[in-house]
Design a protein. Structure first.
Length: 453
């Protein structure tokens, strides 16, 4: 049985220096750095002395009952973007099967694409660094390559209903795949049939067997890639026991990520999917969860890159708790009248602040803006994206039919208009924010009475 130790802070290898990083909510740059450190750390099992410059000096105080995914690598789940379902929800199929799929990314466990060509999702906290009081999750089995687990028994780890042979854990007597090489041989002999793959049993109940089984799984993938390089283009697959949907406690989300939309190579669309997930999380928790730009390795010689970009964020990181339970008394879209500077009517978000918010200081502008974004960013009037129907082709067609390209400043422009109006004395009784206004300097915003032409 594993004894799970928790830590609020840990040591990360950053630029050759040992730097403590808190495992609880942290600025986006620190989260990206921690994900990078987890990715680069490649032990074969848990070690209490971690993140040292020379791994040969690591004192192996762990045990075989502590597989390395407890403390290293990036356990992630790619998710369909859909306004109807929160990204952390357990799908109807997984509710029935009892298992949910994820993938494991590490410097020695790479892949170039996500499941189904998806472009956004979330990272779990590693179990040993899961902040209190977040709930732990139970990892069940590991497949070196995607194994069509929706069709399998035993929470996705067992027999496939679509094959004549019986599938089971690799360690099961009837399967008897006891080495990484044996797994690769079996996979190649099957004609690369993912339905016939066996998974490595890494359940907690396996105790001292779990750690070595996970190492075999990592080695098996790399052996298979060496013999059949096309495997690199497919993600590996973890099965995780379905969790209770209770954000922010369960599942324990470390960060949201986006890559690019694989079907269309559209970075903007994947960015919008990440923003949708961020808004869903804020609506449920009133918390900022950073969006990380994940660049998957395109070749065997490349490595994954994790980066935090402020312009990706729809929900902003704040420096203080909300000073009001709600900032908005009323907010709705109207139409700005024609002026000599505005040739056509434009959509105008008209906001009446709550009594509490009428006296907030400038330091609370991001707190207020987050509530505005959460309520209205997904509205059609805010811009071309996001459409987020769950159908990429429909999203693209709808976006292309719009009359103007979505500007990269679509969020910063609206925030600047808000900040300008909060600085006016007296403040307007009705704040107006217009997405089509140009993004200009602070001086130009003031000259335009906060809504520049």
């Amino acid at each position: 049985m594993r004894v799970l130790t928790r830590a609020s802070c840990r040591i990360a290898l950053l630029g050759g220096l040992l730097t403590p990083l808190c495992a609880s909510a942290a600025p986006g740059d620190e989260v990206a750095a921690q994900l990078t450190a987890d990715y680069q750390f490649t032990p074969d099992r848990y070690s209490r002395d971690q993140r040292v410059r020379d791994k040969a000096l690591v004192e192996r105080t762990g045990s075989d009952s502590q597989p390395a995914f407890l403390c290293s690598g990036n356990l992630l789940r790619a998710v369909w973007a859909d306004v109807r379902y929160p990204f952390w929800s357990v799908s109807p199929k997984s509710q029935v099967s009892g298992g949910v799929s994820g993938s494991y990314l590490r410097a020695d466990a790479n892949f170039s694409k996500l499941a189904y060509g998806l472009s956004a999702g979330f990272f779990f906290y590693p179990i040993y660094y899961n902040p209190k009081p977040y709930s732990d999750y139970n990892v069940l089995c590991f497949f070196p390559k995607d194994a069509a687990t929706d069709l399998r028994s035993m929470q996705g780890c067992g027999d496939s209903k679509d094959t004549a042979p019986i599938e089971d854990y690799c360690s099961a007597p009837m399967i008897n795949v006891s080495t990484a090489a044996a797994w690769a041989d079996r996979y190649l002999a099957s004609g690369y049939a993912n339905l016939e793959l066996c998974g490595f049993d890494v359940r907690d109940s396996e105790n001292h067997k779990a750690g070595p089984e996970f190492v075999k799984g990592l080695e098996a993938r790399n052996l298979a890639i060496a013999r059949y390089p096309a495997v690199f283009d497919f993600q590996n697959e973890f099965r995780i026991a379905k969790w209770t949907e209770n954000p922010p406690l369960s599942p324990p989300v470390m960060a949201i990520f986006h890559t690019y939309d694989a079907a269309s190579e559209n970075l903007a669309l994947s960015q919008e999917h990440g923003r949708l997930f961020q808004i869903q999380w804020y609506r449920a928790t009133r918390e900022h969860k950073p969006i990380i730009k994940l660049n998957l390795p395109e070749t065997l010689q490349n490595k994954a890159v994790f980066a935090y970009h402020p312009e990706d964020q729809a929900i902003l990181s704040v420096t203080a708790p909300d000073s009001c339970q709600t900032f908005l008394k009323r907010s709705e879209w109207g139409t700005e009248r024609r002026t000599p500077y505005v040739g056509t009517p434009m959509d105008s978000l008209q906001i009446e602040l709550s009594d509490c918010a009428k006296t907030i200081g400038i330091a609370q502008v991001d707190n207020l803006f987050n509530e505005i974004v959460a309520r209205h960013y997904l509205d059609r009037q805010w811009g071309d994206y996001p459409v987020n129907t769950g159908n990429t082709a429909v999203d693209e067609a709808t976006a292309q039919a719009k009359s103007y390209a979505r500007p990269v400043t679509i969020l910063s422009n609206m925030r600047n208009q808000l900040l300008c109006q909060l600085k006016l004395n007296p403040r307007p009784a009705l704040l107006t924010l217009e997405p089509k206004r140009p993004d200009v300097t602070s001086e130009a915003i003031l000259q335009g009475r906060c809504n520049p032409a």
